[in-house]
Design a binder for this molecule. Sequence first.
Ligand code: NAP
Length: 552
Amino acid sequence: MTAETAAPGAPAEVESGVGPTAPRTSNEVGSVRPTWVSDSRVARWTSWVRQGADPDAPVGSQTGLAPWTLEPTAAVPVSTTVDVTDAVRSARAAHADWARTPFRERAEIALRFHDLLLAEQDEVIDLIQWETGKARFSAWQEIGQVAALARHYGRRAEHYLAPQKRRGMVPGATVVKELRVPKGVIGVISPWNYPLYLGVGDVLPALLAGNAVVSKADSQTPLTLLWTRDLMARAGLPDDVWQVVTGAGGVTGAAIVEAADFIMFTGSTATGRRLGAQAGERLIGASLELGGKNPLLVRADADLVAAAHGAANAAFANTGQMCIHVERIHVHENVYDEFKHEFVAAVEAMRLGAAYDYDVEVGSLTSTEQLATVAEHVRDAVERGASLLSGGRARPDVGPLFHELTVLEGVTADMKVYDEETFGPVVSLYSFRDDDDAVAQANRGSYGLSASIWGKDVRAAEALALRIRAGAVNINDGAAAAAGSVEAGMGGMGDSGLGRRHGAEGIRKYTDAQTVARQRWMPLGPPPGSSVERFVHATTKQLGLMKRIGLR
Ligand code: NAP
């Protein structure tokens, strides 16, 4: 995709200390608005926003700011809470037919969506970059992940949800099946950092399980989700089965939680806690994918060059705005200095910049709030005595929300960056004595999302993984190995969340289990007119016999 060049918008200088060295930067700032994005295309996408249900409410609009320049993107209508209720009502009406649609037909839509997405990926990659400011490869990773999920659930959904035969109390006398029944309307609320992957990846299994979906587009990145909704229509999805609403989380997001039958939420732990309580009040389920403060451990036997490059990618992919990115690196004391040298060299070779091409490795932060948090964590750490090994400054010369890739050493428990999620391009180095010390360091704090262990002794690394409280542990990989394995569950322990996406659990959670049991000969109980005492004796003997012959 070609790009006009544009000067960065008015730079917002953010002071956060000065590092001894800085990563290479690209001064080329890509176009603010991809040249192919016409007003008519925007109008087509925004026509998917549910609005206008309340004739007395004026139709408002919201406009995001493109992070590379802080210029407005495109105005998108804002839904009201009445629109949300209306969307859930019509989604519920559409759900009845959709749930009866054969699996094969639902799966064909997902597989057609897969093909269309791959064929038209350049468009949505541009939109993702425009709305988030991330590097192109980080945007492409969303395509890879969503395509893998569409294919996986397109092929496996029926298997995951197939009726299961169960044994009755008296084998042969009762025929038992456990069925999976769609919950109804799933509310999906997702953040701006992966607007395609998190906006659509959790919608696909919900739809394939026979549910209707009402999604809230994040206020920063609505166009990406609306583009995808449009593509899904072209893949054959009926209109009312997937509805999109917009607006502030505390308003339209909260209204979804009040009306839907299950909530799939991705975002901060603070919001997740609030939503979980709201869902609990209504006795509906919620899957909550929340924050993290993810550790990476380098054992003494690790390949240090590979570990340094893996750690640099895991810390700075998606500009560090990734729930599973690494914020803490714990290194065995015997190899600490050597690793540090390799790691800082790997970080400083990473290209920071803004461009619609694959040459830039790390993009911009997405919002002024994110930049402010990053700057504050670095300032606080440096002021309290941490050392900057690399980076440390905002880079308004590259773009208003850019920040250098920052490596800290000497971080202590009184610093914000020690345990609080930064969610940006900042990582701290620590050393450990032995495995017990490594486990204690890795498990500190309340999060438990993702971890990584590097070492040549794979059995020792796997044994260590069992001792780490994290929903995923990657061995000799920073974060992508587990997250990219869409057949395996992904989610958090502790304050990092409840429930799992991907794999069997990622689709079964959108269903209720229903047991259908048919009694064949006689009811389970004393036959009419017979002695209850005799029945109890006979059944007790039978239970003992069944255990002896191994039937139960
Ligand atoms: P956030 O503030 O919790 O917002 C996430 C989404 O929830 C947004 O769409 C937001 O809407 C909406 N929202 C906010 N308040 C709400 C409420 N009261 N009711 C319903 N919806 C509400 O999170 P964020 O700071 O934007 O996102 C970054 C966080 O997400 C980080 O902590 C990161 O670790 C986490 N995350 C976790 C995962 C994972 O899989 N575990 C993945 C990615 C990110 P608006 O912003 O439009 O108002």
